[in-house]
Design a binder for this molecule. Structure first.
Ligand code: ADP
Length: 285
């Protein structure tokens, strides 16, 4: 059996995914950049009889930031939530096609969804800390998954995660205080720390700053930029300026279809599709 890293290193665009025309702009990047972390292949998603995603094929590169943009209701969150199977709990949904993480189909029978979600963490629009201490919020995933062998290791990993989430300096003297006493922006960074504590490969972010003030938003955006060194990030945003500021690749969706995916700079300066141009220039919203 191939190891995870062997599978992943085989998944460059020199393989099957290279032939997808939407991904041709990868050809100018280094081999390392071209590693595909998540490969969505001919994905259709249904809520009951209503089809929310139409035949989506999209390669998400490792350790880069990919933004999903498009008008409300175009399927961005549905696709994001499909990547760690968060939609599974909704009655009547149906998924056709494949989503592969390091080449392994996450919808294959026998997939352990708990393990999957520890590899693919999620941060939501509204921060959702538990009504417990700052420390316990970050330690939660470590305890549930039994990931720390000692109290020292637990403390070290909580500290490491809070540092990565750019929150450590603000909370290091008050780890036992309730998480609910933090400001909105701090609560969101705490939720990011909680997601990072289990050392995922991928972090999915669904409008992570849309409920925050401009200063807190700026901090989250800076943080996202720093996190890509270690994580593959996918961010849904309704805010095109935010997509342009934080992401390196952008995928534009419309009515459940993927219209265009390219380097963010190209998308916002020289989009390939008229529909994309109309959207980013504000002709519809
Ligand atoms: P976006 O994130 O781009 O705003 P969504 O993925 O939330 O779009 O929604 C895509 C489509 O799926 C919309 O038509 C929406 O009404 C529908 N939808 C989303 N969630 C559900 C649900 N739980 N049940 C039924 N339909 C849903």
């Amino acid at each position: 059996m191939q190891t995870r890293s062997a599978v992943s290193s085989n998944l460059t665009l020199t393989g099957r995914v290279a032939r997808q025309s939407a991904e041709t702009s990868f050809q100018h990047e280094s081999a390392e950049d071209r590693t595909i972390k998540i490969s969505v292949e001919q994905l259709n998603f249904y809520y009951g009889r209503s089809r929310a995603l139409h035949d989506i094929t999209l390669a998400i590169p490792a350790k880069r930031i990919t933004a999903f943009i498009g008008p409300s209701g175009c399927g961005k969150s549905t696709l994001l939530r499909s990547i760690n199977r968060m939609n599974d709990i909704i009655p009547g949904i149906r998924v056709d096609g494949h989503i592969k993480l390091d080449g392994e189909d996450i919808y294959a029978p026998g997939t352990d969804v708990v393990t999957l979600r520890s590899r693919i963490g999620m941060v939501f629009q509204k921060s959702n800390p538990f009504p417990r201490s700052i420390f316990d919020n970050v330690a939660y995933g470590l305890r549930v998954n039994n990931l720390a062998r000692s109290r020292t290791e637990m403390r070290d990993r909580v500290e490491e995660s809070l540092k990565q989430a750019a929150l450590w300096n603000e909370v290091k003297d008050r780890l036992k205080e309730s998480a609910l006493a933090l400001s909105g922006g701090q609560q969101q960074r705490l939720c990011i720390a909680r997601a990072l504590a289990v050392r995922p490969d991928v972090v999915l972010m669904d409008e992570p700053a849309s409920a925050l003030d401009p200063i807190a938003t700026q901090k989250i955006e800076e943080l996202i930029g720093e996190l890509k060194e270690h994580y593959t990030i996918v961010i849904v945003t309704h805010n095109m300026q935010q997509a342009a500021r934080v992401s390196e690749r952008t995928a534009f969706f419309w009515l459940g279809k993927l219209i265009e995916v390219s380097e963010t700079e190209k998308m916002f300066t020289n989009p390939g599709e008229k529909l994309t141009e109309d959207y980013i220039t504000g002709r519809f919203g």
